[in-house]
Design a protein around this ligand. Structure first.
Ligand SMILES: *Cc1c(COP(=O)(O)O)cnc(C)c1O
Length: 467
């Protein structure tokens, strides 16, 4: 801890440095994304990330290795999820030869001398000061997520909602204007509608696929930020991130995408032109239904604005929770690939089942969002929704007959979860409220875990017989 960052850096072996992913490799990643064969998506390995030569983010000249050598050593998401921030780390963690990143639980950090403190204040020495502003374990997690999202910077927060609220408060000033969709996460929607308005911030809601209305709203010329989930919950609609980023940037508006349902494995909004990506890290990133957390990734400039608010809001995550997420992330690629495959196979099967009226899943060719999803995702995620040919009670019988999944809200963990939104989220609410949100009594949402496909399939098929 006590050594200066430059000393830590120069102690890193040369070979290790060359593996370090570069920041913001937008042009490169886009080339790979465009080259993906959509029909091979189910089993697609992720686009390989080749660090760009002479990238501006690469300040240390001694870290530049010949382009040809670097090209041979591309770093994939699977490897980044395991090693970024750690073996492929910059200078986040203190020197340690422990393979597992230590949980640094101290809330405050000491300085050797006043001179040492001044060096820290002037940015000549990298360290930490106080836990609410940053922590070495949390920093490792932030670097890992940055590598996966191809971001310059990431802030990890105490929950997904905290990430969303900090982003909106930091980036939208009083008098600002937020545009969002009628499909985004319900609590984010309520915050934008009910709370931002009290701060003199205007909000406009558009339908996710109504690009003409979005254009008209942008033409007013005062939009500060466009905020959307992709895919959405529970209808799995996808927004064309590249298109909305172009439209918004032309009018000077920032774009923030809640990418929770895709995970950093399936979609990288920053490479598609978004300015900010947020996740509820509670879901796929932590992946075990045992930590609440959020994260925000984007440019250094935008993240430092959000960080300033975060320091005031005090939504710091505990180092123990950060460690749990680092651990969870090591298997994220494996988990998500399994969840993608199970969800797609199950969606295809259910689509042809006589007791199923409709399946919502962007991986299905029948989905109105398939084309967009195919163009910007490398997998379609582990959440599917479907309408059973029955009524409220009949679907409750189906849900209750399931033996493997838990009846629970949330998504993205190892355990499969099932819920009937009419009961879980809309019980006691009016039909009008339900229909406004596209919720029918016979809608079921499944979040697939990593159990064996055949077991889940057999369970769902036997439960459908009980309808
Ligand atoms: C769960 C969720 C959130 C909120 O995250 P928390 O970690 O529960 O605060 C936000 N957006 C989406 C899409 C979610 O699924």
């Amino acid at each position: 801890m006590a050594r200066s960052s430059s000393a830590v850096k120069s102690s890193l072996p040369k070979q290790r440095r060359s593996l370090r992913p570069r920041r913001s490799p937008k042009p490169n990643f886009q080339r790979h994304a465009a080259a993906l064969n959509p029909d091979a998506l189910v089993d697609a390995t992720l686009p390989v990330f080749e660090p760009e030569a002479n990238h501006p983010g690469c300040a240390d000249q001694d870290m530049v290795v010949p382009t040809a050598a670097r090209r041979r050593r591309s770093v994939s998401d699977e490897t980044l999820a395991v090693h970024a921030g750690e073996k492929l780390g910059k200078d986040g963690m203190a020197e340690t030869d422990s393979i597992a990143t230590p949980v640094v639980s101290g809330t405050t950090h000491w300085f050797r001398s006043s001179e040492d403190l001044i060096a820290f204040k002037e940015g000549r020495r990298h360290s930490f000061e106080y836990g609410r502003y940053g922590n070495p374990t949390v920093k490792v997690l932030e670097e890992k997520i940055s590598a996966l999202e191809r971001a310059e910077a990431t802030l990890v927060t105490s929950s997904g909602m905290n990430a969303i609220v900090a982003t909106l408060l930091a980036l939208v000033p009083p008098g600002g204007h937020v545009v969002t969709t009628n499909d985004c996460y319900s609590e984010a929607r309520a915050f934008i509608r009910d709370r931002l308005s009290k701060m003199g911030i205007r909000s406009t809601f558009v339908d996710l696929d109504d690009i003409e209305t979005l254009k008209a709203v942008l033409d007013q010329g005062d939009v500060t930020l466009f905020y959307a989930d992709s895919p959405t919950n529970p209808h799995l609609k996808c927004i064309d991130i590249k298109l909305v980023a172009e439209l918004c940037h032309r009018k000077g508006a920032l774009v923030c995408i809640d990418s929770t349902l895709s995970s950093p494995i399936n979609q990288k909004p920053l490479t598609l032109g978004a300015d900010i990506v947020v996740h509820s890290a509670t879901k796929y990133i932590a992946g075990h239904h045992d930590v609440i957390a959020g994260c925000i990734s984007g440019s250094d400039a935008l993240l430092s604005r959000i960080r300033a608010w975060h320091h005031d809001l005090g939504g710091a995550i505990s180092p123990d929770a950060a460690y749990m997420i680092i651990r969870g992330l090591k298997t994220m690629a494996l988990r998500v690939e399994t969840q993608n495959r199970t969800a797609l196979r199950m969606a295809r099967l259910l689509e042809n089942h006589p007791k199923i009226e409709r399946v919502y899943y962007p991986g299905l060719k029948s989905s109105p969002w398939h084309h967009v999803a195919k163009s910007q995702m490398t997998g379609f995620g582990g959440v599917i929704s479907f309408e059973v040919a029955s009524d409220l009670r009949g679907v409750m019988r189906f849900v209750d007959a399931l033996e493997i999944p838990f009846i629970a809200t949330s998504l993205g963990g190892c355990e499969s979860l099932v819920q009937q939104p009419a009961v879980m989220s809309f019980w006691g609410q009016s039909d009008e409220e339900k229909s406004k949100n596209g919720i029918t009594d016979n809608l079921v949402r499944f979040s697939f875990g990593i159990e064996k496909f055949e077991d889940l399939r057999d369970d769902i098929l036997q439960a459908l017989e009980k309808v």
